[in-house]
Design a binder for this molecule. Structure first.
Ligand code: SF4
Length: 391
């Protein structure tokens, strides 16, 4: 199958047609079809998104009604940043190379292993390993080596789901990664994470830069990363939008739907991340989208892709988590600091983190709330003490 590609002009034209349909008041009829389970294509979904005469509460209600009966069935994993060094220059990110305000930290291999032990003792069975993205050279090789070692450690500790979020890799780097972990047992799920953040090449260039020395500036290389990952052996992909970078959410939704369909056609399991832009160290950009827009996007994607899992993190406040939990697949809690975990908590200082986290309650408290409300949570086996008496 050819690698994923986009035609931005075609997407913009489709987005414009969807707006015209929304203005022509096609929304209520589409909403009735949506509720009745009639298949809607991506243009219909975006028309619904844009239809001011279709209340967000109605879309959320349809998404709720489409879920399997009973309490929400969630999955969780926690982020573990190995380093906050980065050669990228993304304007919205605290880790960007030229941010002199960030305290740079890289965890040693033993500190990373200790963090995995702590997360495991705290009941986590899913972990996302993160670094920055680096130019070709010794630093990039070293970070790939460290991530591979951390993935190996996580497999040895019986983590059931390990997510790799270290930028886009080349085919030979995937070989290094798979050569450094035990042969595939399929006992654990390995997921490659590459958030495009925005599918609009112009917006991408505005935020991620155009300097070819900057490893993050290559829009196409990033867009095709899941195809290289799948060729190398990854069976699970985690694309994502950074909501707030591009004001044209309808364009982003059309592109994201196309990407998800491509990944499903490649037989990949798909996790869809929808973080909202937040404040970060030394940045001027921290206006995410509204609660209403986030709820519309989540509801529509949840119905359009029942086989995928929408991921919401603790960038969202507790009230937003409660609103969306019935229609998402994954709630992730944790810190974007480097090696931040203690036996009962975590460091969240923005001066050493990628971005600001809104909900800084402990992982146990956050997950216990949803367990107590009846949810099941894969990837979490709380110690009896932490469930009864969370920190
Ligand atoms: S978004 Fe990623 S690549 Fe860009 S500066 Fe931040 S960590 Fe680096």
């Amino acid at each position: 199958m050819p690698a994923f590609s986009l035609d931005p002009e075609n997407l913009a034209a489709r987005r414009e047609r969807a707006m015209q349909r929304a203005l022509a008041r096609e929304g209520p009829r589409l909403a009735a079809d949506f509720s009745a389970g009639k298949p809607l294509d991506d243009d219909d979904l975006v028309t619904l998104f844009l239809s001011a005469d279709v209340p967000t509460a109605d879309l959320l209600e349809v998404a709720r009604a489409k879920q399997a009966p009973g309490a929400p069935k969630l999955e969780t994993f926690s982020p573990l940043y190995i380093s906050n060094e980065c050669d990228g220059e993304c304007l919205m990110c605290g880790m960007r190379r030229i941010n002199g305000e960030l305290q740079r930290i890289t965890a040693s291999a033993s500190a990373t292993d200790e963090q995995l032990d702590i997360l495991y003792r705290r009941g986590l069975r899913g972990v996302a390993l993160l670094t920055g993205e680096y130019r070709r050279g010794p630093m990039r090789d070293e970070m790939l080596k460290r991530t591979t070692a951390a993935a190996r450690s996580a497999l040895e500790r019986d983590f059931a789901h390990i997510l790799i979020n270290i930028g886009s890799l080349e085919a030979e780097e995937y070989e290094v990664f798979f050569g450094g972990i035990p042969p595939r047992s399929d006992a654990a799920l390995l997921t490659m994470c590459t958030f495009q953040e925005t599918y609009d090449p112009k917006v991408y260039e505005r935020f991620m830069g155009s300097n070819r020395e900057n490893p993050r500036s290559d829009f196409k290389r990033r867009l095709e990363n899941f195809d290289r990952a799948a060729d190398a052996g990854f069976r699970s992909a985690n694309p994502g939008l950074l909501l707030g970078l591009n004001r044209d959410l309808a364009f982003e939704l059309l592109a994201l739907c196309a990407h998800v369909r491509h990944l499903l056609a490649r037989d990949m399991r798909v996790y869809i991340s929808l973080p909202r832009l937040r404040k970060a160290s030394g940045t001027a950009y921290h206006a995410g989208v509204s609660d209403d827009d986030l709820t519309r996007v989540v509801s529509l994607l949840s119905v359009a892709f029942p086989e995928a899992k929408v991921v919401i993190s603790t960038r969202e406040a507790p009230e937003m988590q409660r609103l969306l939990v019935p229609v998402i697949g994954v709630l992730t809690a944790g810190s974007p600091g480097v090696a931040p975990y203690t036996e009962g908590g975590a460091r969240f200082e923005i001066e050493e983190s990628q971005f600001e986290v809104t909900d800084q309650r402990s992982i146990e408290v956050i997950l216990a709330e949803h367990l107590a409300a009846g949810a099941t949570i894969d990837g979490y086996e709380p110690a009896a003490s932490s469930f009864a008496n969370p920190a």
